[in-house]
Design a protein around this ligand. Sequence first.
Ligand code: GRF
Length: 205
Amino acid sequence: KRIVVLVSGSGTNLQALIDEIEAVGSAAYGAEIVAVGADRSGIAGLERAERVGLPTFVCRVQDHPTREEWDRALAEAVAAYEPDLVISAGFMKIVGKEFLARFGGRTVNTHPALLPSFPGAHGVRDALAYGAKVTGCTVHFVDDGVDTGPIIAQGVIEVRDEDHEDGGAALHERIKEVERKLLVEVVGRLARHGYRIEGRKVSIP
Ligand code: GRF
């Protein structure tokens, strides 16, 4: 299976996918990364891709007159690589109708909270502020909402008292350790076994 990974930042989730495929081989894993895309340039996520010779592209909102035209441009940039799956790994933009018309039902996102709790761009901080005792990460299919698509897998992390002292940095790192493993495991399973989405239920044979 062909996967395109979308990033916006450090790209450690992308790196986990690169490392796993390097370790086990794309045949055994069931997928190969054919391109990495970003909504901004100059980020570590793109450097990680370039370091291993993966094709990259940048699609910036500010380069397009409207949000819809950005969404269409992103969809076209992704479509050029003919992916079977699109993995949003720390991609911080909400995709729109055009993108979903082409890649809905085969775009997977990872979120650093236990959805439906704490959706959006500040899931770690929001869980802390709420006083949650456990939080975690969610790997889910993307639908037309924000972090609302069918859940594939979740991982749980205990919140510690000291997590309230650094704005969530340590907690987010602990979440990301689980998140990277979960994403690698889920993407491999989807690629090797296929899947069915019925309403909110995802089944992987
Ligand atoms: C991940 O925790 C992701 O869930 C969140 O931002 C983080 C991205 O990390 N949206 P990285 O860019 O993969 O290191």
